[in-house]
Design a protein around this ligand. Structure first.
Ligand code: DX5
Ligand code: ZN
Length: 227
């Protein structure tokens, strides 16, 4: 399979109806989502709690494409096997989540998933340099993780540019997470990002019974990023 650096839109189900995850996943994929982004929060690494491996396993059969699991938890390692068994295609851990990100990334690949590393806004791009041969994705947080609907932090665009140069020809995705909408998407796409996570900007105005706005929102972000 060739590595695909074209723009991919990954709606975050953090903004979906929590009582309806299966139907929401079906709806966003039918409306043009490329990946489904799943935000796992523990109330310890971030000040919010979502859900764990059992919910991911329940969602999995409703997703045809890539299930992209973003772990905002600490510790990470005891739960990797559980998320891999739940069917995560990509498991992303934060470099700030513990002292042993190298070991964590090894464990993710050993569990059979693709490995991602996420950087909080206060973490420098250079944190990724020693990890380049063991990752499939870098997630640049453009908000402080924990909640949807926050304002995009513009200082992160330079970090994306740095990472793009650092990555060169390696098959590593650059994912942007937080405050992505049709106004901010072109900034990060021009800086070299290829995966755009969007929660509120995808789910606003729509629902499982009225999914057309999801499609409009996804197309608006994609077209802003590609023109
Ligand atoms: C934030 C999460 C994001 C969040 C993005 O901690 O990791 O995935 O859902 O939401 P928006 O797009 O609303 O900023
Ligand atoms: Zn996320």
């Amino acid at each position: 399979m060739t590595f695909d650096r074209s723009i991919k839109i990954a709606p975050s189900i953090l903004s979906a109806d929590f009582a309806n995850f299966g139907a929401e996943c079906v709806a966003i994929e039918a409306q043009g989502a490329d990946w489904v982004h799943v935000d796992v929060m523990d109330g310890h690494f971030v000040p919010n709690i979502t859900f764990g491996p059992a919910t991911c396993a329940a969602i999995r059969p409703h997703i045809k494409g890539v299930m992209d699991v973003h772990l905002m938890i600490s510790p990470v390692d005891p739960y990797i096997e559980g998320f891999a068994k739940a069917g995560a295609d990509i498991i992303t851990a934060h470099v700030e989540a513990g002292p042993h990100i190298h070991r964590t990334l090894q464990a993710i690949r050993a569990a059979g998933a693709k490995a991602g590393v996420a950087l909080n806004p206060g973490t420098h791009a250079s944190a990724v340099e020693p990890l380049l041969d063991m990752i499939d994705l870098v997630c640049v947080m453009t908000v402080n993780p924990g909640f949807g609907g926050q304002k995009f932090i513009h200082s992160q665009v330079d970090k994306v540019r740095n990472l793009r140069t650092m990555i060169g020809d390696r098959p590593i995705h650059i994912e942007i997470d937080g405050g992505v909408d049709p106004a901010t998407a072109p900034l990060v796409a021009a800086a070299g990002a290829d995966v755009l996570v969007a929660g509120s900007a995808v789910f606003r105005g729509g629902s499982v019974s009225n999914p057309a706005p999801y499609g409009d929102n996804i197309r608006a972000i994609r077209s802003a990023a590609t023109h």
